[in-house]
Design a binder for this molecule. Structure first.
Ligand code: SF4
Length: 325
């Protein structure tokens, strides 16, 4: 695995909301991580944890509130809108819902060709050949390119979305719940296409999902998000075999019994995910944490390294570390 293709430093994405204590909804709150070239980084968490907002902010579909996004060492968070549009050639997104992300009035050929036209890539003939090439890679025939999106099944529409994302030869793909709208039987087909294309095109993926089984199957490293923050980040084997954060433990305990990484006892979290516009004080997980201590209600933990390729944000480990030093 290569050097970091993407480095994210103290990324924040806040939205103004009335009625919140701070006046902001902190959808992404001081998140730092890296992704190596050729790596698949999974980001997991419950709905509303900020993972999709982070994905959109990374590729500048949303403007960051603060922080750096270094793509090959260049901070793309400070580029002008025109420069961002050009940069998007190197970083593309695959959306969850293939139907709503495809223009229903355009034929599939035009949908896949559109990024090439927007980026001013190639002659008409070169673009045609490139569309045919990428369509073949995702398993679409030339005949199918003359149809409209509504004439395809969900799995085929996601193939169209993948072809469109890959046609400009990007380096980084943010895949935002790319298979969660598909039948289970189709999910593995689409994931296998994404895996094959990764090898063929030396792609780097950020794979956003609420489904730990899918992330386990597809990713090299995994970050767990809760209320806009990364609470644990580790190599996938380390995370599944040796989870540290109480939230990660609870998520893993909910895996089906047949899953190889299923932990013995189900940990049922009390309460619902708090309103992100008014998050709890201290550790934002304290209202649901089975290990909550008094200090957790007033002190916010930071993501700290606790081992090779393993970081966790929890006061349980900060205290242990202090006793050891
Ligand atoms: Fe639980 Fe405290 Fe750790 Fe937060 S800091 S996860 S409340 S033990």
């Amino acid at each position: 695995m290569g050097s970091p293709l993407l480095e994210v430093k103290h990324l924040k994405k806040y939205f103004s909301v009335k009625g919140s204590r701070s006046g902001n909804l902190k959808a992404v709150d001081d998140v730092s991580f890296f992704v190596n070239e050729g790596e698949v980084l999974g980001i997991v968490g419950e709905s509303g944890c900020g993972k999709s907002t982070m994905g959109k902010t990374l590729i500048q579909l949303l403007t960051p509130t603060e922080g750096e996004i270094l793509l090959n060492g260049e901070n793309i968070a400070t580029l002008s809108p025109k420069e961002v549009r050009q940069k998007r050639r190197d970083m593309q997104i695959i959306f969850q819902d293939p139907f709503s992300s495809l223009n229903p009035r355009m034929k599939v050929f035009k949908i896949i060709e559109e990024p090439l036209v927007n980026f001013g890539i190639g002659t008409k003939e070169e673009r045609k050949q490139r569309v045919y090439e990428v369509a073949k890679q995702v398993g679409l025939t030339q005949k199918q390119l003359e149809r409209f999106p509504h004439e395809f099944s969900g799995g085929q529409r996601q193939r169209i979305g993948i072809a469109r994302a890959l046609v400009s030869n990007p380096k980084l793909i943010v895949a935002d719940e790319p298979v969660s709208a598909l039948d289970v039987s189709i999910q593995s087909q689409v994931l296998n296409i994404m895996k094959d294309l990764k090898k063929e095109m030396n792609l780097t993926y950020i794979f956003i999902s609420h489904d730990l089984s899918v992330v386990h199957h597809f990713c090299d490293r995994i970050g767990v998000m809760y209320l806009g923050k990364l609470v644990e980040m580790a190599d996938k084997h380390e995370l599944f075999n040796n989870p540290k954060h109480p939230y990660t433990k609870a998520l893993l305990s909910a895996l089906p019994k047949s899953h190889p990484s299923k932990v013995k006892e189900r940990i049922v979290l009390s309460g619902d995910v708090p309103n992100p516009a008014n998050p709890p004080s201290g550790c934002t997980f304290h209202t649901r944490c089975p290990n909550c201590m008094e200090i957790c209600k007033v002190t916010s933990p930071e993501l700290k390294k606790i081992g090779d390729q393993h970081e966790v944000s929890c006061l349980l480990y900060e205290e242990q570390m202090e006793r050891l030093t």
